[in-house]
Ligand binder design. Sequence first.
Ligand code: HEC
Ligand code: HEC
Length: 384
Amino acid sequence: MMARPALLLAVWLGVTAAIVSGDPLPQTPAAFPGARGAKASSSTDASEKQTAGPRSSHNRPAFWIPSGLDDYVPVPLDNQATAAKVDLGARLFFDPILSADGETSCATCHLPDLAFTDGRPLAVGVYGRVGRRNVPTILNRGYGKSFFWDGRVASLEAQARDAIEGREDLGLPIEDAVVRLREEASYRAEFRNAFDPGAGDGFRSEGNAAHDADTRGPSITAQRVTQALATFVRSQMAGDSFRDRYRSGDWTAMSAAALRGLDVFALRGRCLGCHLGPLSTDEKFHNTGVSWGADPGRQKITGYESDRGRFKTPSLRNVALTAPYMHDGSIATLEEAVEFYDQGGNPNPNLDPFIAPLHLTDRQKADLVAFLEALTSVDLAGGR
Ligand code: HEC
Ligand code: HEC
């Protein structure tokens, strides 16, 4: 629907070459220590990319930051982002080798086609085990301050370990995963390339079975498995929404309804009280009353009674692609979500003071939904 103006804008920016080659739009190189000295300009040179061998991935920036997102992505000092780690993390993300039943991967629940969610109310993991919560997207989580709906872990590295070992996720002790990975020559080579790039011939073992068995893949450790996965997650960013394009001067990128919806979002609807900033989240925990009584949420982590029923505010970028909604998947559509807020959430003793009946008109509700839809990244919406 909005693809046409988007395309015109792209042409106007003179980035058609990038579009044709399928590359991400030219963006700011990520601000992280590992990028220093990396030549951002050469990486957009398609010919160089095609001839690049595995080693030369060390010269490619790990990721670009799309327009609309913060330029700074926090990266742990002991896990600098590199293209080699992103590639390795991607392979691990899609590989059922990390699961107890050998059939489930991160991507079973975080499907790229559904903005890295699964379209179900509750997650389904190894052996068909149904989890307790709805699958959140991994997009833009590199900016996150805590992870999972209750914020129980503080880093993406710790999060990856939880996902591998979780009974309802991949259900595999991480040390078992390490043993399996060490048995595969291609993984031994990829870990070495990503984590011990300077290792000399003494490390090289391809094509030498006896030597392979001997080395036991010293580059593969539990910590590095989580580091590669976390780096891949960090690299998965989605910006450049219709709203971002409107903001940067393309006044055709948002419909009149979506623009009216922005007013409802900011003023009457008070959504901005919690969904603010480039990712439309304060990264804090609030009680809107969803499943009050069934899931203690943040209280289970802190022990504070006042945290009962609080959950982390999710980003609303690409929310139109990630139904059903809320930590328990209890809300099927954006219309229903707006209705939920209009009713004042689900009243309970811990209800957040920002949540109260809104008395929106039908048109205001429809406008609000149109605004939420404008938070979709243009490329994910199928237009460029
Ligand atoms: C069985 C389905 C399932 C699998 C498999 C799975 N996840 Fe998740 N993931 C979830 C659910 C559900 C949550 C939220 C859980 C919660 O809040 O308690 C989540 C949360 C996350 C988050 C945090 C998002 C946020 O907003 O805080 C990240 C990042 C993530 N998963 C990455 C991964 C990675 C990496 C793997 C593979 C190692 C993986 N997941 C495997 C279902 C899954
Ligand atoms: C008091 C803070 C707060 C306010 C105000 C608020 N939200 Fe939320 N929002 C949250 C929290 C917390 C969640 C997750 C709740 C849960 O899962 O239990 C959420 C979830 C959502 C979701 C589901 C996202 C997903 O991925 O599942 C949508 C959509 C949403 N909010 C839209 C809005 C709109 C529209 C408004 C204004 C009418 C609004 N929010 C006002 C805190 C808030």
